[in-house]
Write a protein that binds this ligand. Sequence first.
Ligand SMILES: *[C@@H]1O[C@H](CO)[C@@H](O)[C@H](O)[C@H]1NC(C)=O
Ligand SMILES: *[C@@H]1O[C@H](CO)[C@@H](O)[C@H](O)[C@H]1NC(C)=O
Ligand SMILES: *[C@@H]1O[C@H](CO)[C@@H](O)[C@H](O)[C@H]1NC(C)=O
Ligand SMILES: *[C@@H]1O[C@H](CO)[C@@H](O)[C@H](O)[C@H]1NC(C)=O
Ligand SMILES: *[C@@H]1O[C@H](CO)[C@@H](O)[C@H](O)[C@H]1NC(C)=O
Ligand SMILES: *[C@@H]1O[C@H](CO)[C@@H](O)[C@H](O)[C@H]1NC(C)=O
Ligand SMILES: *[C@@H]1O[C@H](CO)[C@@H](O)[C@H](O)[C@H]1NC(C)=O
Ligand SMILES: *[C@@H]1O[C@H](CO)[C@@H](O)[C@H](O)[C@H]1NC(C)=O
Ligand SMILES: *[C@@H]1O[C@H](CO)[C@@H](O)[C@H](O)[C@H]1NC(C)=O
Ligand SMILES: *[C@@H]1O[C@H](CO)[C@@H](O)[C@H](O)[C@H]1NC(C)=O
Ligand SMILES: *[C@@H]1O[C@H](CO)[C@@H](O)[C@H](O)[C@H]1NC(C)=O
Ligand SMILES: *[C@@H]1O[C@H](CO)[C@@H](O)[C@H](O)[C@H]1NC(C)=O
Ligand SMILES: [Cu+2]
Length: 797
Amino acid sequence: MKFLGVLTLTLSAITLTDAISPRQAKAKSQDQLYTKRSESYIKRDTLCSPSFPKEAVPPKANIWADLDTVETKDVFDLLKNTYPLTPFENATLFDNYLMWIELLRPNKTSATDYLDNNGAVPDRYARASIFFGSEEYTSEEYPNGYWQELQIGPLGKNGTNPEVSELDWLYTKSKVAYEVGYKDPIRFDAVTDFYEREFLSEDLLPVLIDLVGEEIKWFGQDNSTVDCWGTDPLQFNKTTGRVTNWATIFINYQDAEDITPTGLFLNTDITGRNSSEFFIAKWVYNNIAYNSTEDFIKAYESPDFVKLPTIDTSKLNSTDGFVYIGQKGETRELDEKLAPIVVEPQGRRWKVNEEQRYFTWMDWEFYVAWSRDVGLTLYDLKFKGERIAFEIGLQEAIAEYAGDDPFQAHTAYFDRSYGFGNEAFGLIPGFDCPYNAEMFNTTWHSQGSNNYQNNSYCAFEFVEDYGLARHAASEYTGVTKNPTFNLRSITTIGNYDYNFLYKFYLDGTFEVSVRAAGFIQGAYYNPDTGSPFGYRVNEVLSGSFHDHVLNFKADFDIAGTSNKVSTTALKPANFTYPWDPERVYSTKIKERSVVQNETYLNWADAGGVLLIESADQNNTWGNPKAYRAIYGGGDARRIAQNSVTIGKNAEWASHDLIFTKQKDSELQSSHVLNANDLEDPIVDISKYVDGENLDGEDLVCWFNLALHHLPNTNDIPNTIFSTAESGIVFTPFNYFDSEQSRDTLQQMYYEYETSEWDFNGVDVNPQCDIEIEPLAFHDVNYYGVTVGKDTTNIPSP
Ligand SMILES: *[C@@H]1O[C@H](CO)[C@@H](O)[C@H](O)[C@H]1NC(C)=O
Ligand SMILES: *[C@@H]1O[C@H](CO)[C@@H](O)[C@H](O)[C@H]1NC(C)=O
Ligand SMILES: *[C@@H]1O[C@H](CO)[C@@H](O)[C@H](O)[C@H]1NC(C)=O
Ligand SMILES: *[C@@H]1O[C@H](CO)[C@@H](O)[C@H](O)[C@H]1NC(C)=O
Ligand SMILES: *[C@@H]1O[C@H](CO)[C@@H](O)[C@H](O)[C@H]1NC(C)=O
Ligand SMILES: *[C@@H]1O[C@H](CO)[C@@H](O)[C@H](O)[C@H]1NC(C)=O
Ligand SMILES: *[C@@H]1O[C@H](CO)[C@@H](O)[C@H](O)[C@H]1NC(C)=O
Ligand SMILES: *[C@@H]1O[C@H](CO)[C@@H](O)[C@H](O)[C@H]1NC(C)=O
Ligand SMILES: *[C@@H]1O[C@H](CO)[C@@H](O)[C@H](O)[C@H]1NC(C)=O
Ligand SMILES: *[C@@H]1O[C@H](CO)[C@@H](O)[C@H](O)[C@H]1NC(C)=O
Ligand SMILES: *[C@@H]1O[C@H](CO)[C@@H](O)[C@H](O)[C@H]1NC(C)=O
Ligand SMILES: *[C@@H]1O[C@H](CO)[C@@H](O)[C@H](O)[C@H]1NC(C)=O
Ligand SMILES: [Cu+2]
């Protein structure tokens, strides 16, 4: 056994500049933050001089970037001149109003022609979505109007007038009836007005005061601490034409209503657009259904009515209450010190072109696009100059609940309808992303306005806590550090915060993950019937069991577009070898099979190794260049089957994965207008899976990340990111002839004999003071900025 030499590392002092945040300043003075660890501590008076790389030079324009202000205005004006539109802020359900304008991203055919063959820049087209509710647009088929998807373009071409046409080539249809359409704010408000009218009615109010609390009196007012809303999706009965919706009443202090239920449920009939005609069809309380408000009140007044326990609201508006998510309790030893932070002593090691949103890091490169519906999408992802994927991005997320009450039993959110870009509220520097992260702003158009948001996503280099490669040999030790490049965005949809991360490694591996935090949507805990559906996690609260399933599109191009999918089973086998013919050896073998046709697939059936391969390029050793997909989370699909809350709307969620042949007309797996249209969704991925040949084709992998979320007391007050996580890794598999991180300088090689440490010229022990850039808290805003109503002016922040 040889002994390794001991390296004495001198600690560098770290100096905070005087531009620290007020919060940090309050926590500790600068001097107190640092104490000498040993005599070797030296206070340097030279500052490290970090250098920042020049802007990246994108080889091509970002053809997926959303419409700019001029383009949006052109589309807006053209639509205003084509249709009788009412400005969104003044619109009613009996008007026509514009909801969304965004880029209709170019077909892959023209994109790759531009990227790879010096073809023309693809023409720019817009997609717009208008609700037509005015009388001339109603008909027998659409008695309450409809949502219309439109294509507008080409934009900005001299000598060509953009055309407005119905956008149907992308969808099963271009119109979506009001009944199954989008629950926009106008429709939402109509329902809230109706709740208010009913709850405050002379007969019902005293009952609700007794069952819910005094606070119900101020329902609908700004100071209300009671809230009511209906489940997603709406229930449309095609036979009767009725639209119904289960709703429940919540206590609401500190915006924690999701964990302060009352146990009172109502089924509303909200057919049509006239809220005066809405009515309450049923009440449910203590597992008993009442067929009308009258019946409910009569039962309440009868002597055998059983009143359920309610939440003690006395502490809910204080830091003592169980819903309070801020700091409380005894502090821990040494916890007053700032937890470790990430610094880049010699400056940033990645590049970006901000305008084109083109990123490069350590032989990786890609473009980023942003949209209201899905937030981040990566395009033209390349490693060492070779395209790995044309497109990778989120498509949809469902949250499907189970419970003993009608509210949970009817809840299945389609979060694309809320918008992953729309609701990506500002990331908090130093908390959501490390200190060295750079924040990126975004803009999008919705509801007749331009929106602007700071800190929508961040990019940062991080160094993982484990090395990427290592070996301690008898004559040397080599360790390679594991720096990664990361892109993060967090979307808060109501109670839930989804934390998306794309992580890139030195060897060509990358990872897509999602974590969840925030308030669970809890249920009222009924001791008699609640147990199968969730644990009791507070006085009257059940952590109702639910599935999150998130669908992503990954359009892989592995060494070109001629690809195939293979599964390699790792299976037990009995072998007799020629060198020992007498004996049968129980051993194991690998067995490859190629997926011939478009298909749904579950991880359990995919064998041990799922590969996306090149159909025509092998590595030097005769094996197809490939990427392997590794999912660590068990099943990646929903548990319930054929439920009325999902219908045909999320066929992607019933299996872990789908492979289809790439088609320009099969761009996405879901749509903002899918959410309530359960039986005939405008995007129906099951139509993509029609048995076409996959072998040797350009193929798309639609993969899911999933959390089967069984909340327990560790979800109170909030679910935590550390355990509510799901991720997938894509890693080179026979793609190269050897592992690709050997070229990095971020590794050491130590020879025992000579006691020589080789750090490849990298100063691993910088002797200088590090200046830490102050965290830009002033850039944080919650709602973003809604600006330029009916105009296209992006403001200064
Ligand atoms: C909305 O209506 C109000 C009141 O009639 C009017 O002052 C306002 O200009 C209208 N908004 C738009 C964008 O037309
Ligand atoms: C379109 O024509 C105008 C006026 O002739 C010119 O200024 C502009 O540069 C042209 N734009 C393009 C995209 O060719
Ligand atoms: C809410 O405001 C109303 C007046 O609008 C007032 O009468 C009531 O006391 C307030 N309720 C609470 C809980 O503050
Ligand atoms: C729709 O209504 C009809 C008539 O009341 C009823 O028979 C049917 O079960 C309802 N369908 C659904 C899905 O609830
Ligand atoms: C809404 O319904 C009420 C009650 O049926 C009716 O009086 C009113 O005229 C309707 N409003 C509209 C805009 O149709
Ligand atoms: C409610 O109506 C259903 C039939 O529609 C009936 O079976 C049930 O007994 C009624 N419930 C009450 C409490 O009246
Ligand atoms: C909750 O507490 C805050 C701060 O003490 C106070 O401003 C607010 O009015 C309270 N809200 C209610 C509904 O009591
Ligand atoms: C191999 O042989 C062993 C011992 O006879 C047996 O238990 C096992 O099932 C066999 N495995 C296969 C794959 O046939
Ligand atoms: C790649 O290798 C496989 C065997 O692994 C072989 O069948 C195939 O013909 C090779 N393809 C090319 C293009 O060389
Ligand atoms: C994109 O592809 C679809 C389907 O092939 C086609 O209908 C559409 O016209 C194409 N759009 C453009 C701008 O070429
Ligand atoms: C796969 O597609 C081929 C035609 O491309 C067809 O002959 C075959 O039946 C299909 N297989 C399956 C399992 O659908
Ligand atoms: C948003 O980011 C872009 C690109 O970095 C920059 O040009 C623009 O000034 C930023 N907008 C604001 C309002 O900060
Ligand atoms: Cu959850």
